[in-house]
Design a protein around this ligand. Structure first.
Ligand code: PHE
Length: 406
């Protein structure tokens, strides 16, 4: 640029210097000649100025920095980078890199000390213009990014309230529970009350009061989990009946459902934990006929009108006489099939007239009252009811099994 300044003397300085300084870039002239400084100072005036013949001597060429070019470069770099900015944090990094305390444009402003005082206003103005422009572009970009981020977030958080949802998975009642409810309904309908008792039971109620004294061989019939000499996991729900007999006056009509425990090996028809529903009626003149009528009503209610009961002699220490009760096979209705092993009958429960000894031990006068009792294995009637071939299926909690009882 300074090559354009000829060696000769006379120049119309306003235009020459204007060219020199303004175009195409800033001339940060650090003039070593006072005369030239003066000339530059008065830049913009109309006076004709004299410039020393050797302009190279007049200017400190090494110190000249092309500010305008630098600004243009910073701007260009900035705009290029801005294009690529995709999120607010990189935008902020870019802003700091240019406009921050140590940013490239800020550094230019800091370097103003090196600019001839008379040029500073102009150079300052350029830098400020550039700063303003860049700030505007940053603001625009920021708005765009925020808009985009918002749109993205809105999109992510969109809830289509009209979208059909899969139905919630609703649990089902366990088949045991369904049959239990049915059985209880039946007995409640016959005037029975439902009574429950503890699963950890005193030996006294589980055995003694039921005419199974300690060391009696009848104890062997129920493989018991002993907790101590006096406490057991109840082996049947009969102790609930004993508790009722010792605390209430007849007439008594109760059914006692609940979990019971026996030290049995697990197989298709045995489990160490299972359920019983036992019933007890005590009144004046209650008879074996009442027992049979009651169990017939239960059988018909559960399996249908054509089902009847068959009583076979049996033994229980707490009933006398005792009977095993069979029901007409629900599967073949009595003609004989695989389920009833060809007999037409299925063994379902134990029963009998309450042993007078038990009544007396429980404080009920056996001369005045008589009673009958029965004990149903819940699992057994559930399995018969639904044709469940293996008892273990009922305890595994397999959803595929349970879902079938919806
Ligand atoms: N308690 C007996 C048992 O668990 C069943 C039963 C109850 C038998 C009532 C007769 C009368 O084996």
């Amino acid at each position: 640029m300074l090559e354009a300044v000829h060696d000769t003397a006379e120049y119309s300085l306003p235009s020459r210097l204007a060219q020199l300084i303004v175009s195409p870039a800033v001339c940060c002239v650090k003039a070593s000649s006072k005369g030239l400084q003066k000339s530059l100072w008065n830049l913009g005036g109309t006076t004709q100025y004299s410039v020393p013949c050797n302009a190279r001597d007049a200017f400190d060429l090494e110190d000249e920095t092309d500010m305008q070019e630098q600004i243009a470069q910073i701007k260009q770099d900035f705009l290029q980078a801005l294009e690529k900015v995709e999120n607010l944090s990189t935008l902020e990094e870019l802003r700091i890199g240019v406009l921050g305390k140590k940013g490239s444009l800020t550094s230019l402003l800091r370097g103003m000390g090196a600019v001839a005082p008379e040029l500073r206003p102009q150079v300052g103005q350029w830098i400020n213009q550039a700063r303003e422009e860049l700030e505007n572009r940053i603001a625009q970009r920021e708005e765009m990014l925020q808009d985009g981020a918002l749109q993205k977030q809105l999109l992510l958080e969109t809830i289509d309230v009209t979208e059909p949802r899969p139905l919630p998975r609703i649990g089902v009642q366990h088949p045991n529970t369904m049959v239990l409810n049915e059985v209880l309904d039946c007995f409640v309908g016959l005037g029975f009350e439902v009574v429950e008792g503890p699963e950890i039971e005193l030996d006294y109620y589980n055995f003694e009061l039921l005419n199974i004294p300690k060391n009696h061989p009848a104890r062997d019939a129920q493989d018991t989990f002993y907790i101590s000499d006096n406490a057991v996991l109840r082996t049947h729900t009969s102790p609930v009946q004993a508790r009722v007999m010792t605390t209430r006056k007849p007439p008594i009509r109760v059914v006692c459902p609940g979990r019971v425990f026996r030290a049995d090996e697990v197989d298709a028809t045995h489990s160490p934990v299972f359920h019983q529903i036992e019933g007890l009626v005590i009144d004046r003149h209650s008879s074996m006929g009442d027992l049979r009528g009651t169990l017939d009503a239960f059988a018909k209610r559960l399996y249908g009108e054509d089902i009847t009961t068959r009583f076979r002699p049996s033994f229980f220490p707490f009933t006398e006489p005792s009977a095993e009760v069979d029901l007409t096979c629900f599967n073949c209705r009595g003609s004989g099939c695989r389920v009833c092993k060809g007999t037409g009958w299925i063994e379902v429960l134990g029963s009998g007239m309450v042993n007078p000894k038990v009544l007396d031990m429980c404080g009920i006068d056996s001369n005045e009252y008589s009673g009958f009792a029965f004990g149903i294995g819940l699992e057994r009637i559930t399995m018969l009811r639904y044709g469940i071939p293996d008892m273990r299926l009922m305890y595994e909690g397999d959803e595929r099994f349970l879902r079938q009882f919806r």
